[in-house]
Design a protein around this ligand. Structure first.
Ligand SMILES: [Zn+2]
Length: 339
């Protein structure tokens, strides 16, 4: 019995300590970054020999604490080639993992020198993610070609159909037949008109198909911009649901969008880490998207339940808007193609 009570007491102690640690962690999360105090020592600048007090030379901007070359300074200079060596890239990554919402609020409140700029970070992280997905991972596996193969196969098929029509169209100046989905159709083409053909006596415009093909090609080749576009699209309805929060009253759309860019950066960091160690796992991407609730809760101060409900509401609103737009486009396309 003594042993049992001993185990119980130890367990209670450990729990108590863990709780204390967690409380301290929560305190740390909310505390903004503190810039180190201004040095009061007298310095002589190594570059321009100006005597000064402070952390940087007021004349040429050189750091007062510059010492001899170490691996750390060499590494930072190496990163500086890509614009990574300054403005707290590492602090931004750490804070986006450990205190994302509080960090974003600090940034929006004006602590801009403490953190890596959001859009620059966005493009750099996506470039790094592409690198990891294209083979820079523990398995040396190229995920991009693998996952895109199926999309490309579908696209290829559709493009093949279009090509057959176009090829037949250029050769068939007189009446000819083509096979689409097992059915034979009579097709005609005017000699000087590349943008339309006549199928079964009905004139069809090829420009629309060409435009769609060009758009899909462009989307496959410009993933970063497509992702930014989605972000822009989703942040609209999300803004409607998060606008009237207590933590940042009257948050502007531009500020909200910046917060969304940082949240996407957080997700990309998770994607990079999981893509490096577990290439090809889709479950990790799902978990990373679930993690977006953490910064939204920390930043705008709603409970987890309300945060989740608001995000669901925004997604429903966006889907409805897209459906409405798709119906409109279908009607317009029907009018143009005369289907
Ligand atoms: Zn100087």
């Amino acid at each position: 019995m003594i042993h049992l009570s001993y185990i119980f007491v130890t367990f209670a102690n450990v729990m108590e300590q863990l709780k204390e640690k967690y409380e301290r962690f929560k305190e740390w999360q909310k505390k903004p970054y503190e810039v180190r105090p201004l040095s009061t020592n007298e310095h002589t600048c190594a570059t321009c020999h100006t005597q000064f007090q402070g952390n940087y030379c007021p004349r040429c901007g050189q750091s007062a604490t510059i010492g001899r070359y170490s691996f750390k300074t060499a590494f930072l200079l190496f990163l500086d080639v890509w614009g990574l060596g300054n403005r707290g890239m590492f602090r931004s990554i750490r804070d986006l993992i450990l205190r994302p919402g509080y960090m974003i609020r600090d940034y929006l409140n004006g602590m801009q020198m403490a953190y890596f700029p959001p859009f620059k970070m966005f493009f750099l992280l996506i470039a790094l993610n592409v690198l990891v997905e294209s083979g820079f991972n523990v398995k040396m596996q190229n995920i991009i070609t693998k996952s895109k193969e199926s999309i490309f196969n579908d696209l290829e098929k559709a493009q093949q159909d279009i090509k057959t029509i176009q090829m037949k169209a250029t050769h068939a100046e007189l009446k000819d037949t083509i096979k689409i989905n097992g059915k034979r159709h009579i097709i005609e083409k005017a000699p000087n008109d590349d943008n339309s053909i006549t199928i079964d006596g009905k004139k069809k415009d090829l420009t629309f198909i060409k435009i769609i093909k060009r758009i899909t090609d462009w989307m496959v080749n410009n993933e970063t911009l497509v992702q930014l576009f989605w972000l822009l699209l989703l942040s609209g309805p999300l803004y409607i649901f998060f606008r009237h929060n207590k933590k940042i009253p009257d948050v502007r759309y531009s500020e909200f969008f910046v917060s969304m860019v940082y949240i996407t950066n957080m997700m990309t960091i998770y994607d990079i880490i999981s893509g490096f160690f577990l290439p090809g796992q889709t479950i990790t991407a799902f978990i990373a998207s679930l993690a977006t609730f953490i910064p939204l809760k920390q930043l705008y101060g709603y409970s987890y339940l309300r945060t989740v409900l608001k995000v669901i509401g925004a997604i429903i609103l966006l889907i409805s808007a897209i459906c409405l737009l798709a119906i409109l486009i279908a009607i317009l396309a029907g009018l143009i193609l005369d289907l």
